[in-house]
Design a protein around this ligand. Structure first.
Ligand SMILES: [Zn+2]
Ligand SMILES: [Zn+2]
Length: 384
């Protein structure tokens, strides 16, 4: 009897495996607050006592084990979402809401699937010369979770610290240094942990930040703009993506070396300095580590605090309108006033700068006339 049962069970399982592709998930957990789709899929797999890769292959054999090759939180596949909806009975909107595409209209006008979004962290390495980024987590948030899960916000470059626990987020294993790969694991359960050594991320020792640090306020301000979808500037309200558009431009101005009188927070980076960038074409945030990004957004949000701050920064750095608006496809209305003010600002070279430029030209065997001076100094002269 016992043997017959076993055979029967085996047969049922064999039949089951084929039909599983067309069946609904046995367990359909509700998405948690701000949860990423990948996190929800991994949790669901574990509830089925299954490895995330095996689980998806069982229910979606048509993808032949390749689903996790994609960044499932930024994956252009309507049919996958449709199938998820069928397998759970949840509306498609619930799944779209868990993807990073849901930031469209908030973070930027369009969220692209090709990993070229200004503030969304790519978690697959595409080019060798770019610093590898990985999914970030707050160890204390994970510790406090009934069911530890990954937040959507943790995929954004300005999410460098947890404002609730006032500590830096981590993106690699504190024990062995391996970058966090969300769906790969060493042993069953205890999500999330290091795939290499098994270290449980919730046990990571948090690195706390002084509660007076402006960087924490900066993150709160950015989150507030993102959540409201609006930002207030000089007593008017604008769509949040117009704010992020200009914020992105400023991150790259700082990459370009325009950082005179930038309010860099002290005590976080070595020598309190942001690194100098030498890779053309790579957005500045991509080149920075978590702490450097923390300091960058801390400084920028201070500059962005009001109109005077932005204008002061532009003047201190002798930013011409041409430089300020380079690469911008349009000037958002809130920023046009600043552009207009800068348009009226004429910089004149001081005598030392001009002398140095002439010495340089002479050394290079270039005629030190006005046209060539203009070329190397990159700005117009005030004729008086
Ligand atoms: Zn936290
Ligand atoms: Zn490890």
């Amino acid at each position: 009897m016992q043997t017959a049962d076993k055979i029967f069970a085996y047969k049922v399982r064999a039949i089951d495996k084929r039909s599983i592709a067309d069946s609904m998930f046995r367990i359909r957990p509700l998405p948690l607050n701000d949860e990423l789709l990948s996190s929800w899929l991994i949790r669901t797999a574990y509830m089925h006592h299954s490895d995330p890769a095996t689980f998806l292959n069982l229910y979606f054999p048509e993808y032949d084990y390749h689903l996790w090759d994609n960044d499932l939180d930024l994956y252009n596949q309507d049919s996958f979402i449709n199938r998820l909806s069928q397998k759970t009975g949840y509306k498609k909107e619930i799944f779209y809401g868990m993807t990073l595409k849901s930031y469209e209209g908030w973070l930027s006008e369009t969220i692209y699937y090709n990993n070229r979004n200004a503030f969304i962290m790519p978690i697959f390495r595409r080019k060798r010369n770019i610093r590898q980024h990985a999914q970030r987590v707050c160890p204390l948030c994970l510790k406090g979770d009934k069911q530890p899960y990954l937040r959507k916000k943790w995929r954004l470059f300005f999410s460098t610290a947890c404002v609730k626990h006032k500590c830096f987020l981590i993106d690699k294993c504190p024990a062995c240094g391996e970058p966090f790969v969300i769906h790969k694991r060493l042993y069953d359960g205890d999500f999330p942990h290091c795939r290499k050594c098994g270290f449980s991320f919730k046990n990571a020792e948090p690195e706390f930040i002084s509660e007076n640090s402006y960087g924490l306020k900066a993150i709160e301000k950015i989150y507030d703009i993102l959540e409201k979808g609006m930002f207030e500037y000089e007593n008017n309200y604008y769509y949040s993506f117009f704010f992020f558009y200009i914020l992105n431009r400023f991150t790259n101005l700082i990459k370009g070396g325009y950082r005179k009188n930038l309010p860099v927070e002290s005590g976080i980076l070595e020598n309190d300095e942001l690194p100098v960038s030498n890779t053309p074409g790579i957005p500045f945030v991509m080149e920075l580590d978590i702490k450097q990004q923390y300091v960058l957004f801390s400084a920028l949000m201070r500059v962005f605090d009001n109109k005077d701050g932005i204008i002061r920064f532009c003047k201190d750095n002798r930013l011409t309108v041409k430089k300020l608006t380079k690469d911008l496809q349009y000037i958002p209305f809130w920023f046009s006033e600043i552009r207009d003010i800068m348009n009226k600002t004429k910089y004149s070279m001081n005598i030392i700068e001009t002398q140095n430029a002439m010495i340089y030209l002479a050394k290079m065997g270039i005629k030190p006339n006005l046209k060539n001076l203009h070329k190397i100094l990159g700005m117009s002269f005030a004729y008086k």
